[in-house]
Design a protein around this ligand. Structure first.
Ligand SMILES: Cc1cc2nc3c(=O)[nH]c(=O)nc-3n(C[C@H](O)[C@H](O)[C@H](O)COP(=O)(O)OP(=O)(O)OC[C@H]3O[C@@H](n4cnc5c(N)ncnc54)[C@H](O)[C@@H]3O)c2cc1C
Length: 468
């Protein structure tokens, strides 16, 4: 029997989609429209046993697979190549919530649950799953773990890795590793869970996860603050951390140009502060209640005004105002894509070195490419910047990208290396940064990574050409 006939028999009605009978474009093109591939077929298993059977079939026929969750990844890791020979393995049918253990503060869900559905399942039990991304209505928990996603609450709760206690994984040979432990302590050998988290589908298929839950804060309050420069924004972060400690759950940075893009493309969104060089969004999650959070904000912001760290501030007075403030921040990626393709950098730096990095790299870039526009925003509390370069006004973005992307990357990534940062803070490597990883990671680290890949996937059928 041919591989496709075998897969069809394994997966049944609706389990295998093929062109031209089905339109596969939603699976074959990435969110940014940068990668367009062609799949041999889309396999849509409904449970872990079916995933294992698909892997065994692909291993037998030497077919490679590209796992995909919500297809919101930004580095081309979850779409097939152009060969038309890869199986796209979609986890989207696996959406069961397998159980909540309220005493253990854990939730076990299947990989295809959207992040929003995971948050809702926690909330239904009066608990909190804090991972939070602008793409949460579409991205899946499997994709979040495969990319070790970050988002807006890392400052307080950590990234996806820190929120996961156990995994169920199907190996390249089609075996099922049952590691759905809800244990907070388990020192029994190599940590397999941590090996699969962040491996971007190159070592195994995540089919389910046991996640950490938290008590819900009694109040959540948001404020915007205007900072004259990046040193002041960092000063504000230290002040807010000192006064609010673990209650500080968000500290997001937006430069003037990124907010001007939101103003241009989403004029209906109200901006509480007039334009200023840097705007910071702060969030406090308070276990004592609204009045306490309000008092804390007043203390932090008035001290910041006195110290000259901020020039203006607005505290949300209602849930609607708070949502509008978050909406501003979360609309930046969409406003950017409406403006046209840009050169993206998702970088991490030691916090203390961010102002000097930005000053130096902005100057180098504007000197090399007159008229470019810097879209600089991100999770400043985690040292994570989305440091993007938009074409000069009036220059066709695609043309600018094809002519200058490599040179821009060179300037930015060399500066990142000099400042002891990372070329990928939260989006992963995928296809987009594969060559950069090879050029910038130490030979010892690359050798260890290749040894792990060969040991777990000797045929090289899991997401080939991604990451390594
Ligand atoms: C508007 C917007 C905002 C975003 N904001 C953030 C942000 O703040 N922080 C952040 O970290 N990311 C952010 N992202 C990026 C993206 O949402 C995350 O990378 C997310 O974790 C990807 O999940 P997904 O289900 O869409 O994965 P996909 O895009 O489908 O896949 C991503 C990678 O994981 C692999 N994969 C997917 N599922 C599995 C599985 N079950 N087993 C093994 N491998 C798998 C794929 O092969 C691919 O390599 C944003 C994206 C958008 C569009």
């Amino acid at each position: 029997m041919s591989a496709l006939a075998e897969l069809q028999a394994l997966l049944g009605e609706g389990g295998l989609l093929q062109s031209p009978a089905h339109d596969l474009s939603a699976y074959e093109n990435d969110w940014r429209g940068r990668y367009q591939g062609r799949a041999l077929a889309v396999a849509r298993p409904a449970n872990t046993e079916q995933v294992a059977a698909v892997l065994r079939c692909c291993a037998k026929h030497g077919l490679s697979l590209v796992p995909q969750g919500g297809n919101t990844g930004l580095v081309g890791g979850g779409v097939p190549d152009g060969s038309g020979q890869q199986i796209l393995l979609s986890l989207q049918r696996m959406q069961a919530v397998r159980g909540v253990d309220a005493h253990n503060l854990t939730l076990t869900v299947e990989a295809g649950c959207t992040l929003q559905a995971v948050q809702d399942a926690a909330e239904a039990h009066g608990l909190l799953f804090p991972l939070s991304l602008a793409s949460q209505g579409t991205c899946t928990i499997g994709g979040n773990l495969a990319t070790n996603a970050g988002g807006t609450q890392v400052l307080r709760y950590g990234n996806a890795r820190e929120l996961c206690l156990g995994l169920e994984v199907v190996t390249a040979q089609g075996e099922i590793w049952q590691g759905l432990s809800g244990l907070r302590k388990d020192n029994t050998g190599y940590d397999l869970r941590d090996l699969f988290i962040g491996s971007e589908g190159t070592l195994g298929i995540i089919t389910a996860a046991t996640l950490k839950l938290f008590a819900r804060p009694r109040a959540q309050m948001t404020a915007l603050a205007a900072c004259p420069d990046l040193d002041s924004a960092l000063g504000l972060l230290s002040l807010a951390r000192g006064q609010a400690a673990a209650a500080l759950t968000g500290f997001e940075l937006m430069n003037a140009f990124s907010l001007s893009l939101v103003r241009r493309h989403f004029p209906q969104l109200q901006q509480a502060l007039p334009p200023c060089p840097w705007t910071v969004l702060l969030e406090l999650s308070d276990s004592e209640g609204e009045a306490h959070a309000q008092a804390q904000f007043e203390a932090i912001l008035s001290e910041a005004l006195t110290q000259g760290l901020i020039t203006d501030a607005a505290v949300a007075q209602s849930l609607a105002q708070s949502q509008t403030m978050w909406h501003l921040r979360e609309s930046i990626p969409l406003a950017q894509s409406k403006e046209g393709l840009n050169v993206k950098h998702d970088i991490a730096l030691p916090l203390s070195r961010i102002p000097a990095f930005v000053r130096e790299t902005d100057a180098a870039l504007t000197q090399a490419f007159a008229g470019i526009r810097m879209v600089n925003f991100g999770h400043l509390g985690d040292g994570n910047l989305h440091y993007n370069v938009q074409a000069p006004e009036g220059v066709p973005p695609a043309e600018f990208l094809s002519r200058h992307e490599a040179a821009i990357n060179q300037i930015v990534y060399e500066a990142v290396q000099r400042y002891e940062g990372s070329i990928s803070a939260e989006h992963g490597i995928g296809q987009l940064k594969r060559e950069e990883l090879a050029a910038r990671k130490s030979p010892v680290a690359l050798g260890l990574m290749r040894a792990i890949k060969t040991a777990l996937d000797p045929q090289g059928i899991l997401n080939p050409g991604r990451m390594l």
